[in-house]
Design a protein around this ligand. Structure first.
Ligand code: ZN
Length: 137
């Protein structure tokens, strides 16, 4: 059992439109999708980079977790997401190994993927997300 690849790296940005413009120039490619996650008060722009993606996450409101993150730590890397084959198995493996899980059970993320977060206290100060791709029926 192992992690498959880096799914995406998420960057917290204050102004998604401004960040979108500069990252499109930096990477020489366009933001593919922009999605608003209403319950988290965040707007997400995804830019493909090879087999991974860069996720630009901007707050839509001062009470969003991204806004609080920026107030505390400034803009910067917010989390790293690894794609795994079996998220439930990985969560129980990591829990047994002593990692502090934010989500004990996977929840539904963007694109219908199952996702879960691991507390940065256990992972060198970086929030880690696990993601299992939706099975193609
Ligand atoms: Zn993510």
């Amino acid at each position: 059992m192992s992690f498959l690849k880096i799914s995406h790296i998420a960057i917290a940005v204050q102004d998604l439109d401004a960040a979108k413009k500069s990252f499109e120039v930096l990477l020489g490619t366009k933001v593919q999708t922009i999605e608003e996650v209403q319950d988290q008060k965040v707007k997400i722009g995804m830019i493909p980079v090879g087999e991974s993606r860069l996720e630009l996450a901007g707050p839509t409101d001062d009470t969003s977790t991204i806004a609080k993150f920026i107030q505390k730590r400034g803009e910067g890397i917010h989390h790293i997401c690894f794609e795994v084959a079996d998220i439930k198995a990985e969560l129980s493996r990591l829990k047994t190994a002593g990692f502090q899980l934010i989500d004990e059970l996977p929840r539904l993320g963007a694109d219908g993927h199952e996702i879960a977060f691991i507390h940065p206290r256990s992972t060198g100060g970086v929030l880690v997300e696990l993601s299992e791709k939706k099975k193609e029926e």
